[in-house]
Design a protein around this ligand. Structure first.
Ligand SMILES: [Zn+2]
Length: 191
């Protein structure tokens, strides 16, 4: 899951949005197993299919999720490798990104440095993470989509639901610059 570090609160602007994002720690989840079924088709497409198969399965996942959350559908591009230019301020997005202006998610199947195939778990986690950016703008109406504790909690809830794995209680510790990071040893013990 990589390092999960929150963004610092904005100095000015939409501070109230930031606090709200930080505090919303749950996400409604579909009660049927529809996302789980689609997730399995993403997994098999990654194993045996083409990039187009993976893209199709991801699009199906995002369409179903968008319908459930009653938000506009978002676009999806599945790339073989990470593009050279990634938005500077979101340089922590190692496996995907989201552009609010176009509502397009991009995910890539190989890491930039090692050129290794992204694992299914990381890939799905990235897809859920980027979709939660979409929800921040389209469902919650935030003016920006920060990586708050609440954001990571929502993304984790969606990921565990979609994968059919039990959610973990995320244990946060404060770090410099009014930011928080996850204490993974304690988080993993809580599972
Ligand atoms: Zn992000």
């Amino acid at each position: 899951m990589g390092s999960m570090l929150t963004d610092a609160p904005p100095r000015k602007g939409h501070v109230a949005n930031f606090l709200e994002s930080d505090q919303i720690k749950t996400l409604d989840l579909p009660q049927d197993g529809s996302l789980l079924t689609i997730t399995k088709s993403i997994e098999s497409a990654m194993k045996a299919g083409t990039t187009a198969d993976v893209r199709r399965a991801c699009a199906e996942f995002l369409d179903a999720a968008s319908e459930f959350y009653k938000v506009s559908a978002c676009g999806i591009r599945v790339l073989a490798a990470r593009p050279l230019r990634v938005r500077e301020n979101w340089s922590t997005e190692l496996f995907g990104d989201y552009t609010p202006e176009t509502m397009v998610i991009r995910v890539w199947m190989k890491t930039a440095v090692m050129k290794e195939i992204t694992s299914f778990g990381t890939f799905l986690s990235t897809l859920c993470h980027e979709f939660c950016h979409h929800l921040d703008y389209q469902k919650f109406g935030f003016h920006d989509s920060w990586h708050t504790r609440g954001f990571y909690e929502r993304a984790a809830a969606l990921y565990h639901h979609a994968r059919g794995t039990p959610p973990k209680k995320l244990v946060w510790v404060p770090t410099s610059g009014e930011r928080w990071r996850i204490d993974w040893p304690r988080t993993n013990r809580s599972a």
